[in-house]
Design a protein around this ligand. Sequence first.
Ligand SMILES: Cc1ncc(COP(=O)(O)O)c(C=O)c1O
Length: 300
Amino acid sequence: MQSTKEIWFNGKLVPWDQATIHVLTHTLHYGGGAFEGIRFYETDKGPSIFRLKEHIDRLLYSANTLKMELPYSANEICEAVQEVVRVNELPSGYIRPIAYFGYGKMGVNPIGSPPQLAIACWPWGAYLPHEAVDIKTSRFIRIHPSSTEVEAKLCGHYLNGILAVLELQGTHYHEALFLDDNGYISEGAGENFFMLKNGVIYTPQLGTILAGITRSTVMEIASKIGYQVVETNITLDDAYQCDEAFFTGTAAEVTAIRSIDDNVLGNGEVGPVTAIIKNAYLDIVKGKNPEYFNYLTVVK
Ligand SMILES: Cc1ncc(COP(=O)(O)O)c(C=O)c1O
C-alpha cells in the first residue's frame, strides 16, 4: 500500500511510520475491534467524503456491540476524519478508522483494555481487478447471525472472509460469495450482492449480511431511476439464471459480476442496467448530481 504523511492516532496526528501499537494489544489477539472503510473523491469543490456521518454512526454502533466506550463523539470523529484527509493533501482515496482495545490486560474479556481509535487514509484504486469479475461460492457459510452481532463491522468477522478468499488463491476467481445457513446467497467477502432478472433488481434481505452503505445508496438510486428493488431470499439457481449481477461496497463501488461458479451471466459483459447504476453511483460520489450533495462532506 502507498503510505501518506500522517495518521490520527488517539487524538493527535502522528507521522505514518509512528502510528504503531504494542504486540500485546487486545484486539490483535482476539479480533474485538470495529472498523470502517470510507472513500473520498475529487469533486469541483475539493475532496469530498461520501456518507461520512453514516459510516461513523456504524463505527460507533459496531464499537458499542463490544461495549467499547470511545472517548469521542460522532461529531468529533467526523472532524478527525476530515483533518486526516486535509493534512494528507490527497484529491481522492480511502479512509480507515479503526477502534480497538489496546494494551492493558489479557484474557477474552476486553473490559479493562483501553479503547483506542486510529484513522488513516491513503490512495486506493479499484478493489476488484476487473470491470466484470468471476466469483465462486465459498465452502464456508457467512458467519451465523446467532453467533455474533451480524450487522456490526467487527475485525473478527473478517476471519470468515479471509478463509473464503484464501480458497481462491491460484484460481481464476476474483472474489468469494457466501451463502447463509439456509443456502441462500448472503454476500461477497467484502461486498453486497445484487442481481437483475426480467427488469427487477433483487438483493438479499438484511439478517445475514452487512447493511452496506453502498447497498442502501444503490437501492435508492435504482428506485429513483424507476427499477423495482426487492429484498428477498435468493438461491444460487436464481443467480445462475439471472440477466445481470453486481457487487456493491465502498471499496468495490459497483462492480459487475461476469460469472458465478463458472456460469456466465448474460453475455459476459457489464450488463446495461449495471452500467446505468454504476455510472449514476460514480456521478453521485464525484459530486456531479446535486440531488445527492447532502451525501458529501467537502473537506476545506
Ligand atoms: C462483508 C462486507 N459486506 C458488505 C460491504 C459493503 O459495505 P459498504 O457499502 O458499507 O462499504 C463490506 C464493505 O464494507 C463488507 O466488508
